[in-house]
Design a protein around this ligand. Structure first.
Ligand SMILES: [Zn+2]
Length: 149
């Protein structure tokens, strides 16, 4: 099977989030058949909801579409290293593979901070692939925060 990256769609969601005044992070959930089942960008401000991160919204929509609280065999693409909350939700959703773009030394929870998947309490650990489309994701974030200052 040829590897097909869905990071461009996640980056599209990140750009759309920036246009809404949200931190530009986007996420896409892909089914075991290789189909996009959900995509989302950050909406924490719009929804006045600190949990409305792109990953959470995308997984929530995918679960709803599937009628299940778990997404076994599904892949998640996200433009930024997931935070501890999202990493925990990824584990609980039984996501098979996590592909992320930019590293997040400040708020990340996968390769930084609590490193959620390394804990024994993380009952499911996805395969993790980092640095996918990282340059583009970083450029989006830098431009967004530069404009804020
Ligand atoms: Zn998060």
């Amino acid at each position: 099977m040829v590897f097909r990256s869905f990071m461009q769609q996640a980056l599209d969601e990140a750009r759309a989030a920036a246009a809404r005044g949200e931190v530009p992070v986007g996420a896409v959930v892909v089914s075991p058949m290789g189909e996009v089942v959900a995509r989302a960008g950050n909406r924490t401000r719009e929804l006045a909801d600190p949990t409305a991160h792109a990953e959470i919204l995308a997984m929530r929509a995918a679960c709803k579409a599937l009628g299940s609280e778990r997404l076994p065999g599904h892949d998640l693409y996200v433009t930024l290293e997931p935070c501890p909350m999202c990493a925990s939700a990824i584990s609980q959703a039984r996501i098979a593979r996590l592909y992320y773009g930019a590293a997040d030394p400040k708020s990340g929870g996968v390769a930084h901070g609590p490193r959620v998947f390394t804990h024994p309490q993380s009952h499911h650990v996805p395969e993790v692939y980092d640095g996918i489309g990282a340059a583009e994701a970083e450029a989006l974030l830098k431009a967004f925060f530069a404009a804020k200052r």
